[in-house]
Design a protein around this ligand. Structure first.
Ligand code: ZN
Ligand code: ZN
Length: 152
């Protein structure tokens, strides 16, 4: 019998805790991460928005540093990065209590709506199984134009 595909997008609290203990979690990175934790999951911010929020709360940090910090937090699997072709990249918190979800993304203005769909997940699972792939992450990003941008 074949074991079910182990499939999990988000790190467990234990894994997160282990990584938080690491030397790589500098005060700067912690500040960016706490910003995402404060606003909660399901919110998708651009690097510019993160920069604006931090500078308005008195932080002196360059946009370039924010970019580097965000990329690193993605590598450390604290954040998820959404790649928008025209609207730049958006970042969101990966958290345990936020279920696996998909995104409808406006490529012009970056408006992002989330949706859940088990059929998409099942389709990904069975495709992986068919080709003998080990599934690591499964989320669908739908690139589209929002109602406002259609009429521009
Ligand atoms: Zn999302
Ligand atoms: Zn739009």
């Amino acid at each position: 019998m074949i074991a079910p595909v182990s499939y999990r997008t988000h790190p467990s609290p234990l894994e997160s805790g282990l990584r938080l203990d690491g030397r790589r979690m500098t005060p700067q990175r912690k500040k960016v991460l706490s910003l995402f934790e404060e606003i909660g999951s399901g919110i998708h911010l651009s690097a510019e928005e993160v920069h604006a929020k931090l500078t308005s709360s008195g932080e002196r940090v360059s946009l370039a540093t924010i970019y580097r910090t965000l990329r690193l937090l993605v590598k450390m699997t604290f954040l998820n990065e959404l790649d928008l072709s025209e609207g730049g990249n958006r970042f969101e918190l990966l958290s345990h209590d936020h279920p696996d979800h998909h995104h409808l993304i406006c490529i012009r203005c970056g408006r992002t709506e989330e949706f859940e769909n088990n059929e998409v997940i099942e389709a990904g699972k069975s495709a992986a199984k068919k080709f003998g792939f080990k599934l690591l992450e499964l989320s669908l990003n739908v690139r589209a134009l929002c109602p406002t941008c259609i009429n521009k």
